[in-house]
Design a protein around this ligand. Structure first.
Ligand code: ZN
Ligand code: MN
Length: 473
């Protein structure tokens, strides 16, 4: 049964001020209702004034996705009553959006390139935020924070071109990457991306899942829906066309009881704003290097593999970081950033923005000059990251190496340890001599333990063998 998915993605544009007033958008660490004014509080008589940067950001996206910008687009009022919307309507774009007909390339489930068609992008204002006290449906009361009210949103709508929950996730990862490259979006900000997903199984009615707020959430919600809908069809129960809500904590979707959610938004043109005639701005917009171009340049300029280039350019912050440390040795840097650093960051849910590139470059130099083993380098890296994560002053890798005595063990120190280990394990030596070659691994392991990973295991194997074969223990 073919799965058919289309997405409506809301992203917060990272302008300095809101869409229709001068209030700051940097509200996340501040007290509720401190970034507000008569416009974004919807007080009577207040008039909106369009933020030019938000329009430019929208056009940047339209150009990058190869879209047609409308000669004249228009703001409209979407009327509905809810406390997060003090005016009683949301200013959005309806039948004349900013731009139409774009594409984004992703990998399908078989690893082939495929195009996902973008129906439209339009600008609208974010509503305020409600905090329900006392838990979900049985909340005793709700608090409202208008700091978010009026933050510029770009809504990106796709055609139903996605064929699995995994494709939907890959699409969002790609979209995020493009938006961050364009400098219009910061995906690390909590709540900066919200998705509504339409999903149907071919030949059956369509279900809309509302307000999913993470990439992984989209994949989870859709996977749940595929199973739920397949089970209903198998039992002969028809799929009802409805809106459902994703319960992030439980990983399920629940019906929002059809009729109560039916809206008639009574759209009409916003009388307080002139139509936008900005199609001729597009020619003047210079796009930065986008992920695909950067990936090709990385392979060419640094001689790294496709897989590394793809990993390193997927996130603009990672790509910038790599270019700051590649001078040490491009191949070594690619391996250590893509294979080691990203894994360690992921494990700590930590942003690469917190890692000082000069210290990471110093660590690469220590590895390249053979001053530390790979294993010791990982230990040093972990100490570095833990310090950064805790907000402590960064310490240079050399200092960490010396403080924890993680430098490669010198020849003399080695020999002493090897001798001590061999003398302490006569049985293993006996086994090795009588042909049980596995005993060598045991002995090397013991020496590794004593040196706490400062020795190169292959070199150790050689030294231990040599020692056993030339001594009379
Ligand atoms: Zn305001
Ligand atoms: Mn919307």
């Amino acid at each position: 049964m073919t799965v058919i998915v289309g997405l409506e993605v809301h992203v917060q544009l990272n302008t300095r001020t809101k869409l229709f007033c001068g209030c700051s958008t940097d509200y996340r660490d501040d007290e509720p209702n401190t970034h507000v004014c008569p416009v974004c509080l919807g007080l009577p008589g207040a008039l909106p004034r369009i933020n030019r940067t938000a329009v430019e950001y929208g056009l940047r996206v339209a150009k990058a996705l190869d879209m047609d910008v409308l000669e004249e687009s228009e703001f409209a009022r979407k009327n509905y009553f809810y406390p997060d919307l003090p005016k009683g309507f949301q200013i959005t774009q309806y039948d004349r959006p900013l731009a139409i007909n774009g594409t984004i390339e992703i990998e399908d489930d078989a690893g082939r390139e495929k195009e996902v068609r973008i129906t439209r992008v339009h600008l609208e204002e974010d509503p305020g935020r409600l905090v329900h006290r006392g838990g979900g449906d049985r909340a005793r009361y709700s608090l409202v924070d208008y700091n978010r009210s009026g933050i510029p949103l770009l809504e990106i709508v796709t055609e139903p071109d996605l064929r699995s929950p995994q494709e939907a996730r890959r699409f969002l990862v790609k979209l995020r990457s493009i938006l961050e490259y364009l400098g219009v979006f910061d995906g690390e900000r909590e709540g900066a991306l919200r998705v509504d997903a339409n999903i149907s199984l071919e030949g059956h009615d369509r279900v809309e899942v509302k307000n999913i707020s993470s990439y992984r959430g989209v994949e989870k919600a859709l996977t749940f829906e595929v199973t739920r809908q397949k089970n209903l069809i198998r039992r002969g129960v028809p799929i009802v066309r409805e809106t459902r809500h994703f319960q992030e904590a439980r990983g399920i979707t629940t019906s929002s009881r059809g009729k109560e959610e039916e809206h008639d938004y009574r759209y009409f043109p916003e009388p307080d704003l002139r139509p936008l005639r900005v199609a001729d701005w597009v020619a003047g917009i210079e796009l930065p290097e986008l992920p695909a171009a950067r990936k090709n340049r990385f392979m060419e300029q640094y001689g790294i593999s496709l897989i590394h280039a793809r990993t390193l350019t997927g996130d603009v912050k990672v790509a910038d970081f790599y270019e700051k440390v590649a001078h040490v040795d491009p191949l070594l840097a690619a391996t250590w950033v893509a294979d080691t650093l990203l894994g360690e960051l992921n494990y700590r849910s930590m942003s690469i923005a917190k890692v000082p590139p000069d210290h990471f470059a110093d660590l690469l130099s220590l590895i390249k000059q053979d001053v530390v083993t790979d294993r010791a380098a990982v230990q040093i890296l972990r100490v570095m990251l833990d310090r950064c994560a805790a907000g402590e002053a960064p310490e240079s890798p050399e200092a960490i190496m010396e403080r924890l005595n993680l430098g490669k063990a010198a020849g003399g120190e080695f020999t002493a340890i090897v001798r001590a280990v061999i003398e302490a394990h006569p049985q293993a030596v006996e086994d090795y001599r009588s042909g049980k070659k596995g005993a060598l691994n045991y002995l090397v392991g013991q020496v590794m333990k004593e040196t706490r990973g400062r020795a190169d295991p292959r070199e150790l194997g050689r030294i231990v063998t040599e020692y056993i074969e030339t001594s009379e223990v």
